[in-house]
Design a protein around this ligand. Structure first.
Ligand SMILES: NC(=O)c1ccc[n+]([C@@H]2O[C@H](COP(=O)([O-])OP(=O)(O)OC[C@H]3O[C@@H](n4cnc5c(N)ncnc54)[C@H](OP(=O)(O)O)[C@@H]3O)[C@@H](O)[C@H]2O)c1
Length: 250
């Protein structure tokens, strides 16, 4: 059977863990040549070993010069990008009253600056009919205690997609936002700290808030990413696709 991404060049930023790793595996299994990025070399090596048909490159998405060097390499090796999944991101929790400049910059640099320059610096390489997938969150559409800076950074992502489809009007490039709800990843469970019982407590609490009665698995978000990456979504542009078990829909 021919894969949905046969012959495609796909980039997954933050591809060493959670949603990014599951998506990189799925894209590779659907025939794509996959590049993953992340800041930690050991995690990149481990992820590449799991994915198989992938190249891991150490890139901090909030550093423009590192993104430029990465895209120079992709240009030399592949000449183009067909799928760009700007997935790298994350956040931590602090309530209003305790928010620091460091917390603000860490969150906005990773999510907003990182996504902006991940896409902008890739523009010369984006092929005709390329699909750009930004990573939002249900947190942008709902309220969560102590999560306002992260939520605001993800609201910016949704806004980027609406505006960039106009800037890219004549490029035949689609831009969509994929917004996961609570998904069982290292990035999510680490919010509860290192204690396993507290991590399970967080997952149980989040599951109780979701109409489907459970948190999502990274592989389920990966399937939504595959839809947006492939020709199956050829007329879907500027949208926000929620994969959240109904969490932000009620
Ligand atoms: N899990 C959820 O419940 C959930 C819900 C909604 C949205 N999301 C979003 O989905 C995306 C993936 O989340 P996840 O839960 O899968 O997180 P995760 O398990 O923590 O994985 C995050 C990945 O991004 C990389 N990364 C983080 N900052 C980076 C940077 N500045 N430059 C390059 N790579 C970076 C990490 O590797 P290094 O640390 O080595 O760089 C890792 O590969 C994030 O944008 C997150 O906000 C997650």
């Amino acid at each position: 059977m021919i894969g949905k991404l046969e012959g495609k060049i796909a980039i997954v930023t933050g591809g060493t863990s959670g949603i990014g790793l599951a998506t990189a595996k799925l894209f590779a299994s659907e025939g794509a040549t996959v590049y993953i990025t992340g800041r930690r070399q050991a995690e990149l090596d481990a992820a590449v070993a799991q994915i198989g048909n992938a190249t891991g490159v150490q890139v901090d998405s909030s550093k423009v010069e590192q993104l430029n060097a990465f895209y120079e390499r992709v240009k030399a090796e592949q000449g183009r990008i067909d799928v760009l999944f700007a997935n790298a991101g994350g956040g931590s929790m602090l309530p209003l009253g305790e928010i620091t400049e460091a917390h603000y910059y860490d969150t906005f640099d990773r999510n907003v600056k990182g996504t902006l320059f991940t896409v902008q610096q890739a523009l010369p390489l984006l092929a005709k009919n390329a699909s750009v997938i930004l990573t939002g969150s249900t947190a942008a559409s709902t309220g969560t205690p102590a999560f306002s800076v992260y939520a605001a950074s993800k609201a910016a992502i949704r806004s980027f997609a609406r505006n960039w489809i106009l800037d890219l009007k004549d490029r035949n490039v689609r831009v969509n936002t994929l917004s996961p709800g609570a998904t069982r990843t290292p990035g999510l469970v680490d919010l509860a700290g290192p204690d396993a019982a507290q991590q399970q407590g967080l997952l149980d609490y989040l599951a109780s808030q979701i109409p489907l009665g459970r948190v999502g698995e990274p592989e389920e978000i990966a399937k939504a990413a595959l839809f947006l990456a492939s020709g199956d979504s050829s007329f879907v542009n500027g949208s926000e696709l929620f994969a959240d078990g109904g969490q932000a829909q009620v």
